[in-house]
Design a protein around this ligand. Structure first.
Ligand SMILES: O=C(O)C1=C[C@@H](OP(=O)(O)O)[C@@H](O)[C@H](O)C1
Ligand SMILES: C=C(OP(=O)(O)O)C(=O)O
Length: 442
């Protein structure tokens, strides 16, 4: 698909309106897995229109076909031929599931598909083929799955064989690369004949996402114990219930950023609650430092802005990595020379987000320097050109985190507008609804 860029301008500095955000892709993708694992006993409400969720839903809705020749045809519907060729897959090997850039779908299906008694190749976008999966594949193999790498050891595509028999019920797994590996295993745990005990080695990154998984499983009737670094889930049945998913707090973060760069703000985001399962709801606390007040009423959150000095200098993003770009760009725009930690996992996401931030912030003279695991913003040579072009590197969050800069840069051009579809397809329309001009670049 041809890429097109978008030009953003922002007349006025007042943010006023209501924006209805789509459902959280993290919650929805877990809910869809739970629905499939429960064989339909658990229903899902308020499903997101995030492309990653739509893709996973398409794959899982064909679950009954997994193991039958129909899969080839069905899955072809979401395959891009070019990607299959790039993967080096054989033409006759037509049972291919291509999840594009969806990291959670890749990881969740790596644990789920071996249980479906089918031989399937699981692949993704070019970038997905550079995102590591070895820690999870090793764990699933220990459980009894037969999986081989199609091209490169440790990376998708992977070929999953039928004939799973559980061989272990206690395994250890590294916690510091991606919490998605742990979630993938916890999701299937209750359906394994012997249940599963996971021993998490080293630090656990993105911990709130593991807590979200366990909380959603609990809503679906699955109990667990978590003591120290050991999480156990016994074999047990899902309850008949419905899972309701909240709007996406990571998407909300871009509205907090816009509010932080506005003169005045009065914005309502319906459906968001103070009791969220999403770790990214911590954006309310982070943005309080930038003068944004969050008031929960009328079934949502009202954002208001007060101009005040910013005191907080250190931000640890380990528990909310998807907020890193949002917060770093806001600090850069405000010339707030903060220090950031917990950015290690950003290098293996949709792009190397550290490098992407460094390259794009340089366009306004801001440096993000790296020393060990500590990152510092240096705004001493910050300048604001009339026009800035932002490259997005196939990363939805690069586009959305830099868009708020239209509040301080007269004309901002953002590469590949459609990249936002991964998690927030209505992003540009929502910006227009509150007075931004967003038009295709010629
Ligand atoms: O489980 C999830 O839904 C997610 C976990 C996080 O990944 P890591 O655990 O790899 O940091 C996060 O960055 C991603 O967007 C969604
Ligand atoms: C890292 C992300 O997603 P995923 O890992 O699911 O591709 C994200 O949405 O920022």
């Amino acid at each position: 698909m041809a890429k097109h860029n978008i030009i953003l301008t922002r007349p006025g500095k007042t943010l006023k309106g209501t924006v209805q955000l789509t459902g959280s892709k993290s919650e929805c993708n877990r809910a869809l897995m739970i629905q499939a694992l429960s064989k339909g006993k658990v229903k899902v409400e308020n499903i997101s229109d995030a492309a990653d969720t739509v893709t996973l839903q398409k794959v899982l809705s064909q679950k009954s076909a997994v193991g039958s020749p129909e899969l080839a045809t069905i899955v072809d519907g979401i395959n891009e031929d070019a990607i299959i060729e790039d993967s080096g897959l054989q033409a006759e090997d037509s049972r291919v599931i291509n999840i594009g850039p969806a990291g959670t779908a890749m990881r969740f299906l790596t644990a789920f598909l071996p249980l479906q008694d089918a031989t399937v190749t699981l692949t993704g976008s070019e970038r997905m083929q550079q995102r590591p999966i070895g820690v999870l594949v090793d764990a699933v193999r220990k459980l009894g799955a037969e999986i081989e790498y199609v091209n490169n050891e440790g990376y998708p595509p992977i070929k999953i064989h039928s004939g799973f028999k559980q061989q272990a019920n206690r395994i250890s797994i590294k916690g510091d690369i991606s919490s998605q590996y742990i979630t993938a295993l916890l999701l299937i745990a209750s359906t394994l004949p012997q249940g599963l005990t996971l021993e998490i080695e080293g630090e656990l990154t993105s911990r709130p996402y593991v807590e979200m998984t366990l909380a959603m499983l609990k809503q679906a009737g699955i109990q667990h114990t978590w003591q120290g670094n050991v999480i156990s889930i016994a074999h047990q049945e899902f309850a008949e219930t419905s899972l309701y998913t909240e709007p996406d707090w990571s998407a909300a973060s871009y509205w907090y950023a816009i509010a932080a760069l506005s003169g005045e703000a009065e914005l309502f985001l319906p459906g968001l609650t103070p009791y969220s399962m999403q770790g990214d709801s911590v954006i309310t606390e982070i943005m309080a430092n930038f003068g944004i007040t969050s008031q929960f009423k009328d079934g949502g959150v009202y954002l208001t802005k007060e101009v005040k000095p910013i005191f907080r200098k250190i931000f640890d993003m380990k528990e909310c990595p998807d907020l890193a770009q949002t917060v770093i760009v806001v600090c850069a725009a405000l010339g707030h020379e903060a220090t950031f930690t917990g950015l290690e996992t950003l290098k293996i996401k949709e792009t190397d987000r550290v490098l992407a931030l460094q390259t794009e912030l340089a366009k306004i003279g801001v440096k993000l320097t790296e020393k060990g695991q500590v990152y510092k913003l240096d705004c001493s040579e910050k300048h604001i050109p009339e026009n800035v072009f932002i490259n997005t590197y196939d990363d939805h969050r690069m586009a959305m985190a830099f868009a708020p800069l239209a509040s301080v840069i007269p004309q901002l051009e953002i590469e590949d507008a459609d990249v936002v579809e991964k998690s927030y397809p209505a992003f540009w329309d929502d910006l227009k609804s509150v007075g931004f001009n967003a038009s295709p670049a010629l």
